[in-house]
Design a protein around this ligand. Structure first.
Ligand code: ATP
Ligand code: MG
Length: 131
């Protein structure tokens, strides 16, 4: 966790930073910690520095889950198109159980954190990746 926090940006709230660049740096570190390759792709574009921390925590939880419960290559993508921003973390494992429900999940903290952070970012949480 300390290594993940190292990447949290502590600058002025009014500043903006490259989301993709930040995700790349974080994933390079997570790849070493988790001993698994992580591919990062996506669009350039700046986000307010206040969004960096929730984005970093989301990436951390989703990648930790992909490494722990998934399988195969992990691919992270950040898209910013027509004012809509999408963050995806995909693995090639079996995926979430079909009846999985975040609200009812009693298995861990990760999914609850993911759900709360998504709401904080005014986003929606969806499942399924076409790789
Ligand atoms: N990428 C994934 N592939 C398959 N199943 C997943 C994936 N991510 C999550 N899950 C399933 O969803 C459950 C809940 O995930 P969650 O992150 O909340 O808990 P956890 O990872 O088991 O524990 P914690 O995050 O507290 O360490 C997991 O136990 C697992 O069964
Ligand atoms: Mg988890």
């Amino acid at each position: 966790m300390a290594r993940v926090h190292r990447h949290f940006y502590m600058g002025q709230a009014s500043e903006s930073i490259s989301c993709l660049e930040y995700i790349r740096r974080l994933c390079a570190d997570l790849s070493v910690i988790l001993n698994t390759p992580i591919e990062v792709e996506g669009d350039d574009g700046k986000i307010a520095s206040t969004l960096v921390q929730p984005v970093g925590l989301l990436v951390n939880e989703l990648i930790t889950n992909a490494a722990k419960h998934g399988g195969g290559k992990i691919v992270v993508s950040y898209r910013s198109q027509a004012g809509k921003r999408t963050l995806r973390v995909c693995d090639r494992g079996k995926g979430l159980p079909p009846d999985f429900n975040v609200e009812a999940s009693r298995t861990g903290l990760g999914m609850k954190v993911i759900s709360i952070l998504t709401k904080q970012l005014k986003g929606t949480l969806t499942r399924g990746c076409e790789l």
